[in-house]
Design a protein around this ligand. Structure first.
Ligand code: ASP
Length: 326
């Protein structure tokens, strides 16, 4: 499944708790929209020990990978879905960046029911197998020498990989050839096959490949170095490698269509909070470099406030890079 699956896990884990908390809800399967492509080969490491269906005592969570256009297709689908709690959306930082990147993404980011933030995930710059560059210094000089002969994969306009790639090109003052995919799971397949050269993606997608030695990681996107997973601990931050001020960490949150009944929202939020405290879930996420949210942003109002601030923050970065719809 896509990297977003790893957060669909979070949402799945949230829904797990419903079995014990809800009264009459859910009475039928819940569709969880994941707005990026599936890509089965990487889900193994992130699977929780029990399935959502088991934990729900028979209820089913169906993941709908409504991929395309940097998450806007799936997010718009969730926006238009019936507001009954049976269609939920797991969205990432694209919820905020698309507000600036698209004239009309097909939804209004502030017209969802916010259920709570799930996790934050650092990103890493990775290169295809066999790339000669041994470290970030060599990679960046290879990039600036070869410019648009270098293919940079991303998951479309609005994806986290798009944002990181945009900042990278800006900081290196060079324009690369960007290759958009419906998710970074299929992009990873092409990176492994050598059809694209580099990508900046969240650790939830890259870790198993880096650990297996199939691809090389060069630098981390966050202001601080990573201490886990161990495979990243010697990597420089892009900031310390010379790209001053570079700091991107992406997040994922859970949403329902506007107008979903308050009692259902409360049940879902309670379930999310329970899942965020699940040691098994926390451990799986940490193993992939993600940090499970353990603060006020697990509450709808704080989650909404946080996303509004992210719209302003990334809107300014995107406009400064000259990439906005007006
Ligand atoms: N990692 C992707 C991104 O760049 C999303 C995905 O495929 O899940 O936003």
């Amino acid at each position: 499944m896509s990297p977003l699956f790893k957060l669909s896990l979070a949402a799945g884990a949230a829904v797990m708790a419903l079995g014990v908390q809800a009264q009459g809800f859910p009475a039928k399967p819940i569709t969880l929209i994941v707005p990026f492509a599936a890509g089965g080969h990487r889900q193994g490491g992130a699977r929780p020990g029990r399935s959502p269906a088991q934990a729900l005592g028979g209820a089913t969570v169906v993941v709908d990978n409504a991929a395309g256009a940097g998450s806007t297709i799936g997010t718009a689908k969730a926006f238009r879905a019936p507001a009954d709690g049976y269609t939920l959306l797991v969205a990432h930082i694209g919820m905020a960046t698309t507000a600036t990147l698209y004239r009309n993404p097909g939804f209004k980011y502030d017209e969802f029911e916010y259920l709570g933030l799930i996790n934050e995930v650092p990103m890493v710059v990775v290169g295809k197998p066999g790339l000669a560059a041994k470290n970030w210094a060599e990679l960046s000089s290879w990039i600036t020498t070869n410019k648009n002969k270098v293919n940079l994969a991303n998951a479309g306009l609005g994806a986290a990989s798009h944002l990181c790639g945009l900042m990278l090109q800006n900081a290196l003052k060079t324009e690369l050839t960007t290759v958009p995919y419906k998710g970074t799971a299929p992009a990873m397949t092409d990176l492994l096959g050598g059809q694209v050269d580099i990508m900046c993606d969240q650790t939830t997608n890259t870790t198993s490949q880096v650990e297996a030695g199939k691809i090389k990681a060069y630098a981390v996107s966050t202001a601080k170095r990573l201490t886990t997973p161990a495979v990243y601990k010697d990597l420089p931050t892009l900031d310390e490698a010379g790209l001053k001020g570079f700091d991107v960490s992406i997040w994922h949150g859970l949403y329902a269509p506007k107008g979903t009944p308050a009692a259902v929202l409360k049940t879902l939020n309670d379930a999310l909070k329970a899942a965020l405290k699940d040691p098994e879930f926390i451990k799986k996420q940490e193993g992939l470099g993600a940090v499970v949210v353990n603060d006020a942003r697990a509450n709808p109002a704080e989650h909404k406030k946080f996303v509004a601030a992210e719209v302003a923050k990334w809107g300014a970065v995107i406009k400064a890079a000259g990439q906005y719809a007006d």
